[in-house]
Write a protein that binds this ligand. Structure first.
Ligand code: ATP
Ligand code: MG
Length: 776
């Protein structure tokens, strides 16, 4: 133990040594907050605190697993096994299972993911005959979610004229009704959504003092990482549980609060001192993660925020290379830059894929990066986005499995009742839904009693419904004695899912089959793992719980070497030697939606701070001058965040023309080929105060699509490079259209055109000087 403590600096040791009482560690990125939590938990255990009495809440389950592993290294795995560690959602889902019946839920309640929730809300909107262009299901869902996270129940909503008025003002006067319907339908289905896991925990702790007392007694030491991003609902849970012993240790960084849009409340950290008596506050100042250049660049940016706690972050690490800034013409080119830079660094610096991360503001940006990485054969992994478990075929299997555990689960039932097709049509499902709503029962229960209810179904349909019910019941019987793998394999066969995909025979169908196989492999892993740990059966219910709560980050086994692609939000708490922050453009990052108020802009800036501080050795900031957004090529200006960083920490990679300003967003002429540069000067070099952000006309005024290439026989352009290589029959790759075969070539010089048959999109005629083709 002493060894691990001695590896901490003095400021880090102090909070480790404080055994009892409320404490908060506020410190900048990379200063060892998470590490202190790890050592502190080990130290508590070495003092004799029972692992069962410690609760640690982390941002991802992966973080929890890593922490547990480190603690195992220090105190031994037998002890560490008993720690309660995980995200708020996973820890409280476990507690809710134990206590569910008190709240009227079955202990086998289903956890709806956001896809299930949005689907249910869409159905409700349709049933209520509302306009889905006004009541957009995703928007309605996020509104309901924010009510839940602020503990505004349906009842509280209807008691609050202000909220109702606000929804009415935004043309959604019936939002409350949707909310009420949604809650009722979830309840009837024996399902909780993600927000319910917190809301219902609060309800449990409020309504049942004996339950509260039990868990207060159990969790005598509570530790919370990333406290700045807890929402009101989470805050109240921590508050309630720690109220008796007040042994609460939270760590966080107000400068990294990036979830306000989801209800996280930065005041939780600012007000901590007021919430408890005799709070000890610790500050850590030394950053161990990053080079001086990165730390200083990050400091210079966060300085621009007005709302912040003043703190010092410094590092004894080397200066390291400067933060590199790179400009591209298009997002496609940006992707290629990232890929070739990774390629080169790997070669020259002996790095491996896992040491690189590409971070972006929105998921949609990954496409251009992916394309470029694929072309260079660089393996990558996308975190977030559509995860494995949300793929159609996987969800189909999972929904059958969910029904086995909880036949009331309406979303699961509706999804698979007629897939693979078994002659149960939409009208029948509608009738069942109406009956279920009428009797306040689940659809499955209606189906079980189909003989007693007159739904005007013909006898053939009734038989099909009975067959379905019997099939699910037969699975339930198997589930009582067999493990999850056995059952899952049986289900995929007996339901006809596998046959359906085999019959399909298309490459997509085969890929889907492989995915199902992969799912079965995963279930096998799970059951084997469970058997090893405590001789348990590897029950299906536990597997489904794991899946319901899995985020992509959690599934990272860490054993394959891939470049990591993720949104900045997901990158919180992580670190990589090389980090690319891409798409640094106005209206993208900062996001156009965040430019209305100072506080929104400051949240974007904190997000940028989080991104930059993930880098250990080298950070790259890249932007494109034009980008496909919403299907249209849009001009873009460099993000203000680049300008806000002090110049001394930056290195501009593109050669700048000498204007006296930092760099010039002029057009990189190369890709256009035969262009007479002298005719293209759109701006004069200026001196004195820059008229626009970079002392140049905004990039947006240099509409690159308007530029006309000049026919010139003395061209030394790159286009000739493509041009000379191409012959009919070549298979080529085009940036946007993908793979195609050259059918014909015509014209000469700058007018040379190719007729290409693309795998997707058919035959197109392209001017070679524009079409950036690569022969493959
Ligand atoms: P973030 O705010 O990004 O979550 P953090 O404050 O939690 O960062 P850690 O992730 O705990 O910081 O630590 C950052 C890095 O510095 C880790 O690689 C950690 O192992 C290392 N580190 C922390 N403290 C020390 C120390 N005293 N000596 C050496 N390395 C340290
Ligand atoms: Mg951390």
């Amino acid at each position: 133990m002493t060894k691990y403590i001695s590896q901490l600096n003095e400021a880090q040791q102090e909070p480790v040594f404080q055994k009892d009482g409320p404490m908060i560690i506020i410190a900048g990125a990379g200063s060892g907050k998470t590490r202190v939590l790890t050592v502190r938990i080990s130290y508590l255990m070495s003092l004799g605190v029972d692992a069962f009495n410690i609760l640690a809440l982390t941002f991802t389950n992966k973080a929890a697993r890593e922490m547990k592993k480190r603690i195992s290294d220090i105190v031994g795995s037998n002890e560490a096994k008993n720690l309660w560690m995980g995200t708020f959602h996973s820890v409280f889902a476990k507690i809710l299972r134990i206590e569910a019946e008190k709240l009227g839920y079955p202990s086998n309640f289903t956890i709806y993911d956001s896809q299930d929730s949005v689907r249910l809300i869409s159905a409700i909107i349709k049933e209520m005959q509302l306009d889905k262009d006004i009541y957009k299901p995703k928007q309605v869902f996020s509104r309901i979610s924010s009510y839940k996270n602020s503990l505004i129940t349906v009842k509280a909503y209807f008691n609050n004229p202000e909220l109702m008025e606000a929804d009415a003002m935004s043309k959604k006067p019936r939002l409350g009704e949707i909310y009420a319907n949604y809650v009722e339908r979830c309840f009837k289905s024996g399902a909780m959504d993600f927000d319910d896991l917190l809301l219902k925990t609060n309800e449990l702790l409020n309504r049942f003092p004996d339950v509260l007392a039990k868990y207060q007694d159990r969790f005598r030491y509570i530790l919370v990482d990333e406290y700045q991003d807890t929402n009101h609902s989470q805050y109240l849970i921590v508050r309630a549980l720690s109220d008796k012993f007040q042994n609460i240790c939270v760590v966080g960084d107000d400068a990294q609060s990036i979830y306000a849009f989801r209800g996280a409340n930065i005041n939780n950290i600012l007000n901590f001192q007021k919430d408890y008596d005799n709070v000890q506050t610790y500050r850590l100042e030394q950053n161990y993660r990053s080079t001086k250049n990165i730390v200083e660049a990050a400091n210079s940016i966060i300085d621009k925020n007005k709302t912040k706690l003043e703190k010092v972050v410094w590092t004894a690490n080397d200066y390291g290379p400067k933060v590199k800034v790179h400009r591209s013409i298009t997002d496609g080119e940006e992707g290629r830059f990232v890929a070739s830079e990774i390629f080169e660094v790997k070669m020259n610096q002996q790095m491996h894929n896992g040491q690189f991360a590409v971070l972006y503001r929105t998921n949609a940006q990954s496409r251009a990066i992916e394309d470029a990485l694929r072309k260079k054969d660089i393996p990558y992994r996308i975190y977030g986005g559509l995860s494995f478990y949300q793929r159609k075929e996987i969800k189909d299997v999972l929904c059958y499995l969910r029904l086995v555990i909880n036949p009331k689960d309406e979303e699961a039932l509706v999804r698979v009742i007629n897939y693979p097709a078994r002659g149960i049509g939409d009208t029948t499902v509608e009738k069942l839904t109406i009956a279920a709503n009428h009797y306040k029962r689940s659809i499955f229960e209606v189906m079980e009693n189909i003989d007693k209810i007159d739904l005007k179904l013909n006898s053939g349909t009734k038989t099909k419904l009975e067959d379905f019910v019997n099939m699910i019941k037969s699975f339930q019987i198997i589930n009582e004695s067999q493990d999850a793998f056995y059952l899952a394999e049986h289900v995929t066969k007996k339901t006809g899912l596998v046959q359906e995909l085999k019959k399909d025979g298309t490459p997509e169908g085969i890929a889907r089959l492989e995915n199902i196989e992969e799912l079965l492999n995963g279930i096998k892993d799970f059951t084997e793992g469970q058997k090893e740990v405590d001789g348990a059966r590897g029950a299906l219910s536990e597997f489904l719980e794991d899946v319901a709560l899995a985020t992509d980050l959690d599934k990272d086994t860490g054993d394959d070497d891939r470049v990591a692609l993720m949104t900045i939000h997901l990158a919180k708490g992580l670190e990589f030697p090389y980090v690319f922050i891409v798409g640094l453009e106005e209206d993208l990052f900062p996001s156009a939606m965040s430019l209305n108020t100072r506080s929104e802009l400051e949240e974007e800036r904190r997000l940028f701070y989080v991104a930059l501080t993930r880098a250990e050795h080298q950070a790259y900031l890249t932007y494109a001058q034009s980008r496909y957004r919403w299907g249209k090529l849009t001009d873009a200006e460099p993000s203000r965040f680049i300008e806000e960083i002090k110049d001394e920490y930056l290195e501009y990679m593109n050669p700048a023309e000498n204007t006296g300003y930092r760099y010039k967003p002029t057009i990189d002429l190369d890709i256009f080929g035969d262009i007479d540069k002298s005719k293209l000067r759109t701006t004069k070099p200026v001196s004195g105060t820059p008229p626009k952000r970079y002392g140049e006309e905004p990039v947006s005024s240099l509409n690159i699509r308007k530029l006309k290439p000049v026919n010139s026989s003395t061209s030394n352009s790159n286009t000739n490079l493509f041009d000379s290589k191409l012959t009919v029959g070549n298979i080529v790759m085009h940036e946007r259209f993908g793979k195609g075969e050259i059918l014909n070539l015509e014209g000469v010089g700058a007018d040379k055109k190719a007729e290409i048959k693309f795998d997707v999109g058919g035959i197109k005629k392209l001017l070679l000087k524009f079409a950036k083709l690569e022969v493959i």
